[in-house]
Design a protein around this ligand. Structure first.
Ligand SMILES: *Cc1c(COP(=O)(O)O)cnc(C)c1O
Length: 397
């Protein structure tokens, strides 16, 4: 059994704050500061250029990729890290499209995160006429899978509501019509067990600054199924994805398997923070994590519904169809969230009216949830949100 009291003690959590936003930016692992300082002082400072070999900087993207691989059910040697998630979405989508040259349609849903759709739009513009990004309601995806579809590109968990797609089922349906799949795991990796290999996913991408707690700007990851690993043609054919970067050939030859999905110089300092966060993940059993996450979410839903009649559940009521977050609709949700933050409970707001709360058993326990319910209940009952100061929108909501 994973001891979540132990994992909680491994994070720096500001005094007096209940942090229900680990789904947006995970908290600081206590060892990350010393781990990053070591990289700065002992590696960058002392080793300088030799750090690429001596400190293992060059190998790190795929070493850390494999440690993430355990969390998402990937085969060893088929995940690498680097760049940002938007870039990895582009890479996966471009590679998948190229493997279906006779088809022109990408299928996605309107619960997807805008950046994924924007990246698809930009890629299709480059590819020229005839291509189409088809965006349907999340519950229409299965019916929209036809033999026109080249790639089904979905984010498994809706960032606003927490609604979860059935990866095994939709992947099988996509394959049945000859389509490939790109799964975005931004709100899945570290939220619950993911089974990429078992479920037959073709490509997957995700970030490490949300549930994986590797800090702002931490690298993204990408998975390519072993059966495609030697066939994909990287569209972002940078030198570190080359078969022999230090041969400095004038022509690009893709590297072995997942190595070809690397692009350029990895963010070494940020990789050090990721390493520290993965040291905590190494201690976590994902089935224990899921059970604890469901319990916290259910506790929160029950408590909020009992005390806040104005809030309407926006997430699926059935835990099996929900990720590790709970959202409520409320017309003045922005102001209510600002009031809540002012009272020490941190969630976030997503337009037009969603108050969003992430539940991450690594550092949130039942006592935190009880306190959050009590504070939210008071804010709603006494209309503490109804102040001008809480209605002024900041750049990041
Ligand atoms: C958070 C998130 C992103 C953000 O992409 P970045 O390039 O890391 O800024 C993209 N897609 C999804 C589905 C997300 O949840």
């Amino acid at each position: 059994m994973t001891d979540f009291a132990t994992t909680k003690a491994l994070f720096h959590l500001p005094e007096g704050m209940i942090y229900l936003d680990g789904n947006s930016l995970g908290p600081l692992p206590k060892t990350a500061a010393t781990r990053v300082t070591r990289t700065v002082e002992a590696e960058w400072g002392e080793m300088l250029i030799t750090g690429w070999n001596k400190a293992g900087w060059m190998a790190q993207p795929s070493v850390l990729g494999d440690r993430i691989g355990r969390l998402i059910g990937a085969e060893p040697g088929h995940v690498t890290t680097g760049d940002t998630l938007s870039i990895k979405v582009y890479q996966a989508l471009a590679a998948a499209l190229e493997m279906r040259p006779d088809r022109r349609v990408i299928l996605s849903d309107n619960g997807n995160f805008p950046s994924d759709l924007y990246m698809a739009e930009g890629l299709l513009r480059q590819l020229g006429s005839g291509y189409e990004l088809r965006v349907v309601d999340p519950d229409q995806v299965a019916d929209a899978l036809t033999d026109e579809i080249a790639v089904m590109m979905l984010t498994q968990v809706d960032y606003r509501t927490g609604r979860m797609h059935d990866m095994a089922d939709l992947t099988a349906r996509a394959h049945a019509v000859g389509a490939l799949t790109v799964w975005d795991l931004a709100h899945s990796a570290g939220a619950f067990p993911v089974h990429l290999a078992r479920d037959g996913a073709d490509f997957a991408v995700g970030c490490t600054y949300k549930y994986l707690n590797a800090g702002p700007g931490a690298p993204a990851f990408i998975y390519v199924a072993p059966r495609h690993a030697e066939r994909v043609q990287p569209a972002l054919s940078g030198w570190l994805g080359h078969e022999a970067p230090f041969a400095f050939d004038l022509d690009y030859r893709p590297g072995a398997r997942i190595e070809r999905m690397r692009v350029g110089t990895p963010p070494v300092l940020q990789m050090a923070a990721l390493e520290a966060s993965l040291d905590i993940w190494d201690q976590v059993d994902l089935d224990d994590l899921r059970a604890a996450s469901v319990a916290l979410c259910e506790q929160f839903i029950a408590g909020v519904e009992a005390t806040c009649p104005d809030l309407v559940l926006a997430s699926p009521r059935d835990a099996a169809q929900r990720g590790s977050q709970v959202s409520f609709h409320f017309a003045d949700g922005y102001a209510a969230m600002q009031a809540l933050i002012a009272h020490g409970v941190i969630g976030d707001f997503r337009a037009p009216d969603i108050m969003r709360f992430g539940f991450t058993p690594l550092f949130i326990d039942a006592g935190d949830v009880d306190q959050a319910i009590a504070i939210l209940g008071e804010i709603m009952r006494d209309r503490l949100w109804d102040r001008e100061a809480y209605k002024i929108r900041a750049a990041v909501t």
